[in-house]
Write a protein that binds this ligand. Structure first.
Ligand code: ATP
Length: 198
């Protein structure tokens, strides 16, 4: 049975915690393939995202060294709002017998009950959750994780205090992000003058 991971995000920009999450998921879940899916019009983000071609290009640079990773542009190419459930249904149609693992940071996992057709998402994929730094120690189970125990897994990964929000703010403030994004991504950001204003 093919095992396919699905990791969505704005990737504005992709950073070292995203990469750590992907590497942990590949190893821990014994994935044959992991689809990194940059969001199109993310319905749940209030901020305007950087243009999709930039986020797509940076994701390709960030995960280039991982042969099992495929950066998948379907949500960017999709017209209208981007829903994870639609992406999972498309994957299911492409690989009807595969097992799917949806990889999420804890902040996103906690928000899952607000997602479009979340019940269908739980049927389509096992939800694999990485703890985020600000939830360290707590590791509080959220309601859905308790009520739908068999559909959730925790990814054993040290919590990393890294966020794209902080990276954008640091770049706008002319602070170094050398430890937070990989060099090809840093070069891309500099070349295209991204995140120059807070
Ligand atoms: P922003 O700060 O702009 O909201 P972000 O750093 O959360 O961005 P996203 O691209 O929105 O990055 O995240 C994609 C996925 O990666 C989400 O599921 C998110 O929870 C997860 N993620 C991001 N950073 C971390 C981290 N430091 N630890 C664990 N998961 C993370």
């Amino acid at each position: 049975m093919r095992r396919i991971g699905v990791f969505g995000g704005a990737f504005d920009p992709p950073h070292v915690a995203h990469a750590a999450l992907v590497k942990t998921a590949l190893a821990e879940l014994q994935l044959d393939e992991l689809r990194v899916v940059p969001t199109g019009q993310a319905w749940h983000k209030t901020r305007a995202l950087s243009p999709a071609p930039h986020r797509l290009a940076m994701a390709q640079l960030a995960f280039a060294e991982l042969p099992q990773v495929v950066v998948d542009a379907r949500e960017i190419e999709r017209v209208g709002p981007s829903y994870t459930v639609d992406t999972l249904r498309e994957f299911k149609a492409m690989w009807p017998t595969a097992d799917f693992f949806l990889i999420l940071g804890e902040d996103q996992a906690q928000a899952l009950p607000h997602w479009h057709h979340w019940q269908a998402i739980l049927e389509l994929a096992i939800i694999c959750v990485a703890t985020r730094a600000y939830t360290t120690g707590a590791r509080a189970r959220f309601d859905l994780e308790t009520t739908h125990k068999s559909r959730f897994r925790r990814l054993p990964m040290p919590a990393l205090d890294v966020s794209a929000t902080d990276i954008r703010a640091r770049i706008a403030a002319h602070l170094s992000v050398a430890d937070l994004v990989f060099q090809p991504v840093a070069r891309y950001i500099a070349h295209h003058h991204l995140y120059q204003t807070a």
